[in-house]
Design a protein around this ligand. Structure first.
Ligand SMILES: C[S@@+](CC[C@H](N)C(=O)[O-])C[C@H]1O[C@@H](n2cnc3c(N)ncnc32)[C@H](O)[C@@H]1O
Ligand code: SF4
Length: 349
């Protein structure tokens, strides 16, 4: 069974050295193997030409080498955004997105197959959670995209399907490998992790004092409204979540991002702006307004353009940093999780 084999792409260099010794190999081979996997992003052992054939064969027998299979890619004619559907070895499929910005390429990865958090506007949660992704499955989304395009990835955002704090240990290992100087060597400052607000894990992450950006999916200005949109608010009250964001800033010195999906008639009123400004008053933060991406399973709509601008201007008047998220790949798909959802429904027919 593949699952019982060693997932070597999820190991750091030290672990890989011990592993090589345990199978009777010289530890220096670990460095070569590590560079093939993480620096050169090899898709199989066969590509590792400075490893002997017999070692390649041994590794094939002993290890599970995670390499995602590209099932589909949609390319935007407007801005070159590429939306990928990858198949995992167990037959599950996940989505990843490459966005091209002036300051470099950004990849948005999934952290789980599905999600169990049940946010009302989100397509990723409609079929619940299947499982968390391994560190190697998170990394390989970036590796396959780099190989496919031949372009360097500057930023990584963990904002695709899944709740990263619900897969915490694998998330931490993923960040360790992603930012390792012997691998892709992406700076921690160029990594963003988005959460629906799982307070104990946010605090645990803060204590690690990494230099990554924490993004909180806030989406409401009061506990009542947040409860309407996000069931996780039953567990962690809005002020508790904001406190955890303050703590993150205190521990890391990193400005927190608040994501606020604007839903017409639900969280876009004048009262909402006022309450939101009060809620985050005095914080070193940034608000990212995201006009909600309608999904067919729900009746949520975007506010009109004027209402969105008005919301932004009023926050700015309260000295809050705010941007309206530019919609990338408008022509290729709607909300995150929809490509996967469509693929699954099609396969079930
Ligand atoms: C898919 S989630 C993944 C990360 C994490 N689970 C979270 O909730 O922050 C990334 C962001 O997309 C937002 N999102 C999900 N569905 C959306 C939709 N239909 N329209 C706009 N934003 C959406 C989420 O609220 C969240 O801010
Ligand atoms: S918004 Fe995030 S936490 Fe909420 S259901 Fe979607 S993926 Fe899960």
């Amino acid at each position: 069974m593949q699952q019982e084999k060693t997932d070597i792409k999820s190991m750091n260099l030290e672990e890989l050295k011990s592993y090589m010794e345990s199978i009777g190999e010289k530890p220096f081979r670990a460095k070569q193997l590590y560079q093939w996997m993480h620096e050169k992003q090899a898709a199989s052992f066969d590509e590792m030409t400075n490893l002997s054939k017999s070692l390649q064969e041994k590794l094939k027998k002993e290890c599970h080498f995670v390499s995602l299979k590209q099932e589909a890619v949609q390319v935007s004619k407007i801005d070159g955004t590429r939306k990928y559907l990858f198949a995992l070895d167990d037959g599950n499929v996940i989505e990843s997105v490459l966005m091209r910005y002036k300051h470099g390429n950004s990849v948005c990865i999934s952290s789980q197959v599905g999600c169990r958090m049940g946010c009302r506007f989100c397509a990723s949660t409609l079929d619940g959670l299947v499982r968390g992704l391994t560190p190697s499955e998170m990394l390989d989304q970036i590796y396959r995209i780099t190989r496919d395009t031949g372009e360097r990835v500057a930023n990584v955002v963990v904002m695709g399907t899944g709740e990263p704090m619900d897969n915490f240990d694998n998330l931490l290992k993923f960040i360790e490998l992603l930012t390792d100087e012997n691998g892709l060597n992406i700076s921690q400052r160029n990594v963003t992790v988005s959460t629906c607000g799982i307070v104990p894990k946010m605090r645990e992450l803060a204590d690690k004092k990494l230099q990554i950006t924490l993004a909180l999916s806030l989406h409401a200005s009061s506990q009542e409204k947040r409860l309407e949109l996000m069931p996780i608010a039953n567990k962690y009250e809005i002020h508790e979540v904001i406190e955890a964001c303050r703590y993150y800033f205190e521990q890391t010195g990193r400005r927190v991002t608040f994501e606020y999906s604007l839903v017409g008639g639900v969280n876009d009123t004048d009262e909402d702006v006022r309450r939101l400004a009060d809620l985050i008053h005095g914080m070193n933060c940034h608000v990212n307004l995201i006009p909600v991406n309608p999904i067919k399973e729900r009746s949520y709509v975007q506010p009109d353009h004027e209402a969105i601008l008005n919301f932004k201007n009023r926050l700015e008047k309260n000295a809050i940093n705010v941007t309206i998220r530019r919609e990338m790949g408008r022509d290729i798909d709607g909300a995150c999780g929809q490509l996967r959802k469509r693929y699954i429904s099609h396969a079930e027919r």
